[in-house]
Ligand binder design. Structure first.
Ligand SMILES: Nc1ccn([C@@H]2O[C@H](COP(=O)(O)O)[C@@H](O)[C@H]2O)c(=O)n1
Ligand SMILES: [Zn+2]
Ligand SMILES: [Zn+2]
Length: 590
């Protein structure tokens, strides 16, 4: 059933730069015995999207939404569980702009009543981030944080300990559904050396896991993880559980690829991935589970999924409430906390004004509207180390270092971290024959554009970095112009038109499709005093994050220099984030 809501400008006017919304036809949520709300890859976007009305609800609104949805489910004698599958950090001023990073964010995040959560790869890149998980987030969510395959060196005892409990068994409040839950991270190997991520394939051979899946008093296995739902890791977990429990329903929640996705493993096992950056709240319901309340055994359970656009009108619609009746006191307080934090962090401070939109994947590459073309032709021209003077240099940047589009208008302190939050700095190798440097970039770009081996296989070259939208997911989930759902009435708002294993009716809001284009793994800029001549040799400059990939690509390219030994710091302490910020301040006057 569809509802057509006229989005009232006043509803979203709370965000200063939010343009007037138009209209949004909405699908309903079908509740079941057991219901879930799911976030993943929020990357600090707890203030929501200030420039995109479709995703403008903040964490406080989500706190109200979860409360209201729980009330609604429980009033119907049903249960609701709230899940988060990691990558909560890095990617927004609310996290990256504080010193130390994250002090405001963790204090906002903790107010959501989360039943189960786990770690992403971003929680593990740096020592202080994973230690904050151990010392702040795990205690904040006492007993609900799971880490089936992550250990950490405890900063005070120096002992290697599980980051959090490996699994958890519990019974739901209303229906008495007995659940065994796990919390996994994909086979990640880019973590700092204070943590150990055990490969999923070996974790599932461990005694504790084998015992847990042999428990006969279980109505549902719940696997949450920072793992793509279509991945070898989840396939392996599914096979391990199914091998022992041929009939028990299994629900997976995943993330990491920043896409809306839904996987069907068999008729009783499904997986939901709920996008990125607080754009999407995933909803799942399961009906027909064995349960104490209904004294029933499982009867062909029915699984249903929805991807909710994160805005107040979706929230009002799904709860049946309105501007007056929807907000909870706690939710409003969390929104106030966010406003206060943003103000203390000066996130609205304007550094410059972008003359046009610059897109990561909504524009072709190369193209004047591509953020990568802008980087290549303008920003990277400022790559210069004093000590190397005007020595010709080839600057190589992985496209994954860019995280979000730039919208025409004010470029703020928040935008600085939204578009590229990483503290990675530049390194270089001198006297690299120009043709070899070109070959190295070619090798880097020839790597398959999937992420299954990303940061996960030390033995193969693998892709330089993950694409924001891996190829298999593009084929599966991305809209194509001919998939537009015919609607009468007002024009649809452009947005997600997801295609997944259950079809094309997953999005709560019916949008018109947006075109997306593929980008290479790496872009490059040659900076040379003599623009007309190709230099014989260059300083090959790259972000330290991709050094291991550059080393392997150099081997493939037949460049016989020990890069790990010969490389050095280039532009000391200059991150890509700061390079861009300096460029914006100089070039984008308001
Ligand atoms: N210092 C860094 C860290 C990460 N990246 C990019 O992010 C990708 C992982 O992000 P997810 O949110 O998808 O986990 C990684 O593959 C890199 O592309 C980076 O560039 N620099
Ligand atoms: Zn992520
Ligand atoms: Zn991730």
């Amino acid at each position: 059933m569809l509802f057509l809501l006229w989005l009232l400008p006043s509803v979203l006017a709370a965000q200063p730069s939010t343009p007037d919304p138009i209209s949004a036809p909405l699908r309903v949520l079908d509740f079941g015995q057991l219901n879930f709300l799911h976030t993943t890859d929020t990357h600090g976007w707890l203030a929501g999207h200030l420039q995109e009305p479709s995703y403008s609800a903040d964490w406080g609104d989500y706190v109200s939404f979860a409360t209201r949805m729980r009330e609604k489910a429980e009033a119907q004698g049903q249960d609701l569980l709230v899940i988060d599958t990691g990558d909560r950090v890095e990617g927004n001023g609310l996290y990256d702009s504080s010193e130390p990073k994250g002090i405001y964010l963790s204090d906002i995040f903790r107010h959501q009543d989360i039943d189960l959560l786990t770690s992403g790869n971003h929680e593990l890149y740096k020592q202080n981030t994973s230690e904050a998980e151990l010392l702040v987030t795990v205690p904040n969510f006492r007993g609900n944080y799971l880490a089936s395959n992550i250990d950490i060196i405890h900063p005070t005892t120096n002992e290697l300990v599980p980051l959090a409990p490996r699994f958890k068994k519990f019974t739901t409040k209303k229906q008495g559904i007995r659940i065994v839950a796990f919390g996994f991270l994909f086979d990640f190997n880019g973590n700092y050396n204070n943590t150990v991520v055990q490969r999923v394939s070996s974790t599932i051979k461990e005694d504790w896991f084998q015992e847990a899946i042999r428990d006969k008093e279980v109505d549902l296995f719940l696997v949450i993880g920072h793992v793509p739902v279509h991945s070898p890791e989840y396939r392996a977990i599914f096979k391990a559980i199914r091998g022992i429990r041929w009939d028990t329903p299994i629900q997976f929640f995943g993330g990491h690829q920043h896409v809306r996705d839904y996987a069907q493993y068999d008729s009783k096992a499904f997986g939901l991935a709920s996008g990125r950056f607080m754009e999407t709240i995933g909803f799942m319901s399961i009906d027909g589970l064995a349960s104490k309340a209904s004294h029933q055994s499982a009867v062909g359970p029915v699984f249903k999924r929805r991807y909710i656009d994160n805005n107040l009108l979706s929230y009002y619609h799904h709860t049946g409430l309105d501007q007056k009746t929807f907000p909870t006191e706690k939710g409003l307080n969390v929104s106030r906390l966010i406003t206060k934090a943003r103000s203390e962090l000066h996130l609205d401070k304007v550094h410059g004004c972008a003359p046009r939109d610059l897109w990561m994947s909504r524009a072709k590459y190369p193209d004047p509207n591509s953020i990568y073309t802008w980087l290549e032709t303008e920003v990277l021209r400022d790559v210069r180390d004093e000590s190397r003077g005007d020595t010709p240099r080839l600057a190589i940047v992985n496209t994954g270092a860019m995280r979000f589009d730039i919208f025409k208008g004010p470029f703020t302190q928040d935008s600085t971290f939204i578009i590229s939050p990483f503290t990675s700095t530049f390194r270089y190798v001198k006297d690299v024959p120009y043709d070899k440097a070109q070959l190295i970039v070619e090798v880097l770009n020839e790597q398959p554009q999937i992420l299954s081996t990303d940061e996960s296989s030390p033995t193969t070259l693998g892709p330089v970095e993950q694409l924001a939208y891996p190829e298999d997911v593009i084929a599966q989930n991305w809209p194509s112009p001919d998939e537009q759902i015919p609607m009468s009435g007002p024009a649809l708002v452009p947005g997600y038109t997801t295609k997944d294993d259950a079809g094309t009716d997953g999005d709560d809001t019916i949008h018109s499709p947006i075109s997306f284009y593929r980008v290479p793994n790496c872009i490059q800029t040659l900076i040379s005093p003599n623009a007309l001549e190709t230099p014989k040799t260059v300083d090959m400059v790259y972000l330290d994050f991709i050094e291991s990939k550059v080393i392997m690509a150099a081997k493939f390219a037949g460049f016989d220099v020990d890069i790990a030994k010969e490389s050095d710091v280039y532009m000391p302490n200059m991150s890509l984030t700061n390079l861009i910020l300096d460029w914006v301040k100089k070039n984008w006057k308001c």
